[in-house]
Write a protein that binds this ligand. Structure first.
Ligand SMILES: [Fe+2]
Ligand SMILES: [Fe+2]
Length: 297
């Protein structure tokens, strides 16, 4: 039986993955990253977490080259996981994606229009928007997209809204990545202000980072494929294979909590023994903190 904590369980749990940069076939990303294997490992960790996932969120750069075969591979890899988890799938495009093949494969739509969508899971509204500017690597929304978002947000959802867009609307440290960031942060802040948006989930930076859009937290998931080496000087953009991760996003009635989950399964050991866990089960909840927290000399 799982040990209950002192705080209520989250109302919703999201697995937020970003930047799989999937490549169908034999090619390696940057000549060294097996993107299929990276996504496989990340999805395995999502399932192994034992969490009751409400939505699997993939915030863009789904594929590296925007080709049909890579979207089909994504579909083939993700669909069985979503089926087993019984969760919603929320996907949005990034600068490495191409709208037409993505819409075709993932949504059965023959269009170049951005596939902006609303998914509602037991009262939590997840709005996923394509922030890729066609023909460019920086991000932004068209006037039509800004208007659509404002209309959607005009009415609150019971548990509020999570907004998903690839280009993180925060001031990331890399001067190079700032050339490729979201063009229109101030306008986005104004649209989101005074609405029920509780968090923005983004990617694109290939590093876990946190910031704010007005008073709304922006939670950036590190890349599933590869990560930017943040220990290097900001002028450099150095890829690193090792600390890839995704974010476990827990939505509570009063807060949103993001926890970083490494893609790689590192060696583990029981930091809490079975005996202690079994003992805690026997302690009434009101005395559990005293029983576990008190230092023993
Ligand atoms: Fe990316
Ligand atoms: Fe990107």
């Amino acid at each position: 039986m799982p040990l209950s904590g002192l705080r209520p369980a989250p109302t919703h749990v999201l697995a937020h993955l970003s930047d799989p940069h999937l490549i169908a076939g034999a090619g390696l990303l940057a000549g060294r990253i097996d993107t299929r294997e990276q996504l496989r490992k990340a999805l395995a960790r999502v399932e192994a977490s034992g969490e009751r996932i409400d939505a699997l969120v993939v915030s863009g750069d789904v594929t590296d080259r925007g080709d049909v075969a890579s979207y089909e591979l994504f579909q083939d890899m993700v669909a069985p996981v979503v089926e087993r988890l019984g969760c919603a799938l929320v996907v949005t495009g990034g600068n490495h994606d191409e709208r037409h093949p993505m819409a075709q494969v993932l949504h059965g739509a023959d269009t170049d229009d951005p596939q902006d969508r609303v998914t509602e899971v037991r009262g939590l509204r997840i709005i996923a928007m394509d922030s890729a500017v066609p023909g460019y690597h920086h991000g932004g929304f068209s006037n039509g997209q800004f208007d659509w978002l404002a209309r959607e947000l005009a009415h609150p959802a019971p548990h509020g809204t999570i907004l998903v867009l690839h280009h993180a609307p925060i001031a990331y440290r890399s001067p190079v990545m700032q050339l490729l960031d979201f063009d229109g942060v101030e306008r986005l802040r104004e649209v989101v202000e005074h609405t029920d948006v509780r968090a923005v989930l983004s990617g694109h930076l290939h590093v876990t980072s946190f910031g704010t859009l007005g008073r709304v937290p922006v939670l950036v998931a590190g890349g599933v494929s590869y990560v930017d080496d943040v220990g290097a000087p900001r002028e450099l953009l150095m890829g690193v294979d090792g600390p890839q991760s995704w974010n476990l996003v827990e939505v509570h009635t009063d807060q949103v909590v993001a926890t970083v989950v490494p893609v790689e399964q590192h060696p583990t050991w029981p930091a809490l023994s079975d005996a202690v866990r079994d003992y805690l089960q026997t302690v009434p909840e009101a005395r559990r903190r005293e029983a576990f927290s008190r230092k023993r000399t």
